[in-house]
Ligand binder design. Structure first.
Ligand SMILES: [Zn+2]
Ligand SMILES: [Zn+2]
Length: 232
């Protein structure tokens, strides 16, 4: 009945069927070596760090993303912010799990980049949370509730310039020392753009005593200062 009223469609291209079709999967720009070993950006040759790393002084141990945030993948991730699509979360989480297993990372726990409580209440879910839950289940790792949160009232990121984003996020996240001290954290988000969110979250986790912070995202924007439709 629900399928008849709302036929299931690919969130990337609108084709009838599952939430992420094989054509979109083939067309996506999956990120492959050579990459910056630290932040995971594509680079001309395998390197320990890149220009973005040097400019931004990323404090996470390493970051990797599945694919370029463009075209069908961008459509799918934008739709994913508006609809609580567990099936799509599971598809991308399975890919994130494979990506994790290709790294020499030993995470103790998985955490999503949090939304602020008011925004999450309005939306009803956190898309990064859906990904993190599915990934934690796949990796049989804990996802401790309440270990990391976002202070309410930060300005909406997409109205800000890149420099303002970094400023805006300083001190936005707080991590619980009791849950985090001495742990290797696998941080999960849907998109990494400038890395400002990953940086601010990592700083909070390191402040709380995390030993390592690894970052996984589905989409990765190559443009360090462009204005996307990032809705946070
Ligand atoms: Zn499609
Ligand atoms: Zn880099």
């Amino acid at each position: 009945m629900l399928d008849w009223l709302f036929p299931r469609r690919c969130l990337g291209c609108g084709a009838l069927g599952g939430p992420w079709c094989s054509a979109c999967d083939r067309r996506a720009h999956w990120l492959r070596a050579p990459l910056c070993a630290h932040c995971g950006l594509p680079s001309a040759k395998q390197a320990a760090s890149c220009e973005a790393c040097r400019v931004n002084h990323y404090r996470f141990t390493a970051a990797r993303s599945l694919a370029l945030y463009a075209a069908e993948l961008r459509h799918a991730l934008l739709a994913f912010k508006r609809q609580q699509n567990i099936a799509l979360a599971q598809i991308f989480a399975a890919k994130l799990q494979l990506l994790y297993q290709q790294q020499a990372w030993q995470a103790d726990l998985v955490l999503p980049v949090p939304l602020d409580a008011q925004r999450e209440a309005q939306r009803g879910f956190n898309q990064a949370g859906l990904l993190a839950e599915a990934l934690a289940e796949g990796l049989a790792l804990p996802l401790p509730a309440g270990a990391l949160w976002r202070k309410p009232g930060a300005k909406v990121q997409h109205r800000l310039t890149a420099a303002q984003r970094w400023q805006n996020l300083q001190g936005t996240f707080v991590a619980d020392k009791q849950a985090i001290l001495g742990t290797q954290v696998l941080l999960v988000d849907d998109i990494m753009t400038t890395g400002a969110t990953a940086q601010a979250t990592s700083l909070a986790l390191l402040e709380a005593g995390a030993a390592q912070v690894y970052v996984l995202t589905v989409g990765r924007s190559l443009f360090q200062d462009h204005q996307t439709n990032l809705v946070r």
